[in-house]
Design a protein around this ligand. Structure first.
Ligand code: KG4
Ligand code: ZN
Length: 341
């Protein structure tokens, strides 16, 4: 069965065609394309919603044509459409969902609405076996930091979350303080190489508490004060501060994730979302998990950040487990992962 997936919830317009066999549960990606808007938004220091919608509108139709072309396919070969229905920017979501609804009507193809964070959560399945159920997932993106107990596809229990900023947001805001462009995560990751992670003392928020919640807004403030006290932001400071930020965020995320595995008695951990592309974090998580006998699954870095392959793949998993119902639905800018249960 061929599923055409579309993602337009934020600043990437992405289209992918996935071919899966519902009996065996196996499949592969036939083609994908991503049009990034990062260069457009970078000069504003963050995503401008109205600009994002217009860019999606411009990019989407030709991306779909290109993906079908790449896979030597046509609309007749598409058995289902999958689209990110939320959470995300309302205008951006409406571009993808309206396009898909129209294409579904014209070509008589069913449309499967997908939760963006479920897409991230299942993305590792594109290249790897997903862990046996139950498993714990650390979902870290620009807008979310969640610890989720996964008992099955569609059965999600949030056991920890951020009380303020998300981890990605912390990277993005700290990068701005350092005079680095948007998005800050990959910038900080690049600058951190060879930096002295002990030069600045940054807090490890909420680590001393037993619960599994996070708080990252204080970390961003600490970065701001440390930079103010240091005077001019030199490259030397950028390098060392980037290493300190990575180390502080990494410490908190890894320790809380392993605490979640221990508290739930589940020695299987998956990390997903844009921040999961971070090389330092991936290495730290693997090292510490191994010490505690916890197995780790990581999506390929390209499938950590926003993409449409994860949306098509999630639709495939939903179909495989009989979780697709032909109900009415709307784009939802706010949508809790637990509403899927
Ligand atoms: O999942 P994602 O692509 O979009 C959302 O759903 O939000 O995540 C974007 C976030 C941004 O905050 C970005 O700075 C961060 O992921 N990010 C990274 C890296 N690549 C992207 N953070 C740290 N290291 C990276 N290599
Ligand atoms: Zn995302």
């Amino acid at each position: 069965m061929r599923i055409l997936g579309i993602e337009s919830s934020c600043d990437e317009t992405a289209v992918a065609l996935y071919d899966g066999n519902l009996d065996s549960g196996k499949g592969s990606l036939l083609a994908e394309r991503i049009a990034s808007q990062i260069a457009t938004h970078a000069r504003f220091g963050g995503v401008v919603p109205e600009v994002a919608s217009r860019e999606h509108l411009q990019a989407l139709p030709s991306l779909v044509d290109a993906v079908l072309d790449d896979a030597k396919s046509s609309w007749q070969d598409v058995d289902a459409l999958a689209v990110t229905a939320g959470p995300g920017l309302m205008g951006a979501l409406l571009v993808g969902t309206s396009y898909v609804r129209a294409a579904g009507l014209v070509n008589h193809i069913p449309v499967i609405p997908i939760h963006h964070m479920e897409g991230h959560l299942l993305a590792a399945g594109l290249n790897h076996e997903l862990p046996d159920f139950p498993f714990i997932t650390l979902l870290v993106s620009g807008g979310h930091t969640l610890l989720v107990r996964v008992d099955a596809v569609g059965e999600y229990q949030v056991i920890g979350e951020t009380l303020d900023d998300a981890a990605g947001e912390c990277f993005d805001k700290s990068a701005r303080v350092l005079g680095l462009p948007y998005p800050g995560g990959p910038e900080i990751s690049r600058w951190a190489v060879g930096g002295n992670a002990k030069r600045f003392k940054l807090p490890r928020p909420m680590l001393q508490h037993d619960h599994l919640n996070f708080s990252f807004s204080g970390l961003k403030t600490a970065v701001m004060y440390a930079i103010r006290d240091a005077g001019d932001v030199t490259d030397d400071i950028r390098r060392d501060m980037s290493a300190c930020i990575e180390s502080a965020v990494g410490d908190v995320l890894v320790k809380k994730s392993l605490r979640a595995c221990k508290q739930e008695g589940v020695p299987r951990l998956l990390m997903a979302g844009g921040v999961a592309a971070n090389h330092y974090l991936r290495t730290l998580l693997e090292e510490k998990s191994q010490q505690q006998g916890v197995s780790v699954t990581l999506p390929n870095p390209d499938y950590c950040t926003d993409n449409a392959a994860m949306i098509a793949f999630s639709a495939f998993k939903r179909l495989q487990y009989g979780l697709y119902h032909d109900d009415t639905w709307d784009a939802k800018p706010r949508w809790a992962l637990t509403d899927l249960c």
